[in-house]
Write a new protein. Sequence first.
Length: 112
Amino acid sequence: MSSPKPIEQRLAALLNGQGYALRLKTKNETEPVSWGQWLGVPVPGYIEINGPWPVREVEWVEVNPVVTTFQGRLIPPQVADHTADLTRQLKSASLSFSVTNDGYLRILLSPR
């Protein structure tokens, strides 16, 4: 029987390529890093959006499930809310998360 994949690999597989805006907060910082579009796993035990961080130092990863796609100058952007689908996928992957007041999904990696 194979062991479950590390949380950083499960998150990358679930979130990448979907157009979500992502950011993370480390335990020793008061503010999260700036938003990015890709969650990388440069080496096992590390996670990166705007620079690599050891997973043990990351408190949470936040996802904006509303994706806005630019259509052109004369056409309004396409807006798709993936909250329900992403919530179902996070539950299915047994990932602990909450919904913020802004509607972002906050995935807990390690408690403070």
